[in-house]
Write a protein that binds this ligand. Sequence first.
Ligand code: ATP
Length: 358
Amino acid sequence: MLVLGIETTCDETAAAVVERGIEGRGKILSNIVLSQVTEHAAFGGVVPEIAARAHVEALDRIVGKAMTEAGKSFGQIDGIAAAAGPGLIGGVIVGLTTAKAIALVNNKPLMAINHLEAHALTARLTAGIAFPYCLFLASGGHTQILAVRGVGDYSLIGTTLDDAIGEAFDKTAKLLGLGFPGGPQVEKEATRGNATRFTLPRPMHGRTEADFSLSGLKTALRLEAEKIGPLSDQDVADLCASFQQAVVEVVHDRLRAGMKVFRGRHGTPTALVAAGGVAANEAIRKILQRVAFEAGIKLEVPPAALCTDNGAMIAWAGAERLALGLTDPLDFAPRARWPLEEIAGPQTKPGLMSEQGA
Ligand code: ATP
């Protein structure tokens, strides 16, 4: 089964062709990502109108490149998948409308994919992870712990009550005069900083529910920075290191709570899976390894290029849904907000759940 996937929910214009074998293993035939980071850098964040216009200008070319690199024609493709939300609505409209046009002209099924579902299922593309697994999704827009029990079967275990972790990294970088996106810059500065110099809070520490809160940490960092006045390079590095260490400890504590909640509700997960751009952070990856070790399960962190926004994850989610006969009508409406739990899954039929679990 061959699926073309299109991703335009934020500031990456992406398209990919992915193959799903009969036994459910995935193969990426092409994965083209065009980042708009330079268009938004001057503004210190993504500007929705600029993003939507940039998607319009680039998408045809990116889709063409993905098809050429995969060596496939539209006639050979079994279905067209596009991220239909959640995300910046202008960009979502561009990607979904393009996918609908390709599907209509070529008489192929359309799969309107939830961007978060695509992140959630990526570990099955990269490592064939079986259900149920525990997903830690940490990106610029989301911070969630989820039980992934099947295609279209997601249960929220914990979420952020305010900022996402990536957003907290980005805001910290902005406050300290570092570039955008902030995560990689803060991580780089942290390597030469003293993580114990500033005492920052570990919000929600020890709570039994598995939610996150990052805004207090961000405020505490700002107050520490303001106390110093003009910041030296070493001050910036120490603030970054102290911030990153606080986030690492928060992730450790919250995921341990999440693991307990998972076991209580769904039994033992097959693996801890990471998704979202924050998983690129080396210190966070190490703590994820520790959480998995403590829980006695495997850790799966897909390659960085598949943790951040990309077309392959959309194509794969499309293939997983197409394999279960889950397609969408051409009048499917794009959604700026679309919680994972609202996704339609397959009707429970004899044999179907066991097929999903395979
Ligand atoms: P979403 O997928 O929720 O719509 P997004 O498109 O912003 O949000 P991603 O592309 O998955 O998310 O990830 C980008 C985020 O990851 C940014 O906030 C960025 O700062 C953060 N990030 C990237 N690399 C690192 C890193 N090394 N350390 C910490 N954070 C990082």
